[in-house]
Write a protein that binds this ligand. Structure first.
Ligand code: ING
Length: 344
């Protein structure tokens, strides 16, 4: 019996600065109902799905941004989503700004702010939490930019790693599920850490400006969707996993974000794609047995990977200058597998 899970993405159109959480939740419940009617067993919502993409708005004092954070989950305003899951047996992921009173690495108990995503099962239970690790943008107001992108101001780097959990969903007794958020999808390391835990379904939300707002260089607008799809299709293919990527899209207070949410199979093929930049449900039957081909051949990690050659990936943060060749002999860095053997 094939392990088929019907997965949907509930893409959201814009949420204006003036839109309340109640407005967002009402729109999400309508998408939830439509997805359920179409047979969805799991529904992925976007990053920061309860509010406008507030990192585009500079606030001098962090407390002024508290209005955009959730201090409890579920809360009275988000509880209807959990009730919808319980009533229908349909699970969902939700991206939101999390305010947690938590000890930091110095055991100091304080308010901590994360860009968070949770996975909730068909019984309304929170199965997994992920906090965004790759925070793009900047921490201080940047007058050179066409739009601010202050995720480094409002959020800490996520402290939960990239976990994968095996849990029941829909009619299946166990699926290996993992999550990432927005910018994470551009980093192959994120996908590979999930892949090394046997992930079968990666779920991510995103809020991606439709144009380069850095004020640096030229990036043709059509590349925005292309780079997003390239990252997700590559990540899914190279880790033999399904992926669902869900946008918050459209123009928020004059700032446009891409839609084109997609569902991708372990061969990197797009199974479903949104074609609007508004509220839209896309859906696909994911036969999870399809992960077997990749992970038993090309991406059989245990058979083919050579970690001794990858040390730079965890030893270094930034790139270093390469060796400059000098005439006389081929460059040989001296890093060989034998060196690894001597160590062992
Ligand atoms: N947004 C964007 C993203 O990674 C970005 C920021 C866009 C970075 C394009 C680089 C290039 O999709 C968030 N929220 O991470």
């Amino acid at each position: 019996m094939p392990r088929i899970l019907t997965v949907a993405a509930a893409q959201l159109g814009p949420l204006q600065l003036s839109d309340s959480r109640e407005v967002a939740v009402q729109r999400m419940l309508r998408l939830f109902e439509r997805a359920k009617q179409r047979g969805a067993e799991l529904l992925v919502f976007p990053e920061l799905a309860l509010t406008t993409f507030f990192p585009r708005h500079y606030r001098e004092h962090l407390d002024e941004a508290d209005q955009w954070f959730e201090t409890e989950m579920p809360s009275p305003v988000t509880k209807p989503l959990f009730d919808a899951a319980k009533a229908s047996g349909v699970g969902f992921t939700l991206g939101y700004a999390e305010m947690a009173l938590e000890e930091d690495e110095t055991f100091c108990l304080r308010k901590r702010r994360f860009n968070t995503q949770i996975l909730v099962n068909g019984q309304g239970e929170i199965v997994l939490k992920y906090r965004k690790i790759h925070l793009p943008g900047h921490a201080e107001f940047d007058s050179n930019r066409k739009a601010q992108h202050l995720e480094k101001r409002y959020f800490e780097v996520g402290n939960l790693g990239f976990p994968v959990v095996r849990a029941a969903m829909g009619n299946l007794s166990g699926i290996n599920m993992g999550m990432m958020i927005c910018n994470d999808r551009r980093w192959p390391e994120a996908w590979r850490v999930l892949g090394l835990q046997g992930v079968e379904l990666v779920m991510l939300g995103y809020n991606t400006p439709s144009a380069n707002t850095t004020g640096i260089g030229f990036e043709a607008p059509h590349l925005r969707v292309q780079h997003s799809h390239l990252s997700i299709q590559a990540g899914a293919y190279q880790n033999a996993t399904f992926a669902v990527a869900c946008a918050k899209a459209g123009t928020e207070d004059g700032f446009e974000m891409i839609g084109h949410s997609i569902i991708v199979n372990p061969q990197g093929e797009i199974l479903a794609q949104a074609t609007t930049w508004d509220d839209e449900v896309i859906i696909a039957d994911c036969n999870l047995d399809q992960v077997q081909l990749g992970r038993s051949t090309v991406f059989d990690f245990d058979k083919h990977r050579q970690p001794w050659a990858y040390a730079r990936i965890t030893d270094q943060v930034g790139a270093v200058e390469p060796h400059v060749w000098s005439r006389g002999k081929p460059y040989s860095p001296g890093l060989t597998r034998d060196a690894d053997k001597q160590k062992a």
